[in-house]
Write a protein that binds this ligand. Structure first.
Ligand SMILES: [Zn+2]
Length: 167
């Protein structure tokens, strides 16, 4: 399991449906600075539901739902969200690529990508630089992405409904 960096990740279910989750860490001086905030996409907006925490009994990162969110939502729905986050944690690179390929957007900042080469590995040049990627890293990512393209789908027989509230 690799570390989950700030970014946007999609889980694509076998049915073709997909769910998108963002991890973001506000900078010092901003509200909730240093906390790792998880949101899901609700239409064109992001709906925060909790933090990603590492201090769990088994040492693995997990979702800590906000008390209000937990109180207002059915356990089934919370489970669904946890499942999506766990799936992303299993392979963040794949989930980031799934997002980028579906949306033509950078999986670090969400900006529209116009250069096909960037889309092909899921990140804009500025974000690749911020993540410290060298030219070789980019090439490697590109080769890896090519090998993933036929299948960025999460193979599961479980039927999972939407993360967002039904409107
Ligand atoms: Zn970006």
């Amino acid at each position: 399991m690799s570390e989950l960096l700030d970014g946007i990740y999609s889980v694509v279910y076998r049915s073709g449906e997909h769910r998108t989750i963002q991890l973001r860490t506000p900078e010092a001086g901003k509200p909730l600075a240093g906390k790792r905030i998880l949101s899901y996409r609700q239409r064109d907006d992001w709906k925060g539901f909790g933090f990603l925490v590492n201090d769990t009994p088994n040492g693995k990162p997990a979702v800590a739902f906000w008390r209000k969110f937990r109180a207002e939502n059915a356990p089934k729905r919370l489970e669904r969200i946890e499942f999506a986050v766990r799936t992303i944690l299993e392979n963040p690179a794949k989930a980031g690529l799934a997002y980028a390929l579906r949306e033509n957007r950078c999986c670090r900042c969400g900006m529209q990508l116009t250069v096909p080469a960037s889309v092909a590995f899921g990140m804009g040049p500025e974000c690749a630089r911020k993540r410290g990627w060298t030219k070789e890293d980019k090439l490697k990512a590109f080769e890896w992405a090519k090998s993933q393209v036929p299948d960025v789908t999460v193979q599961t027989d479980l039927s999972y409904g939407p993360l967002e509230e039904s409107a």
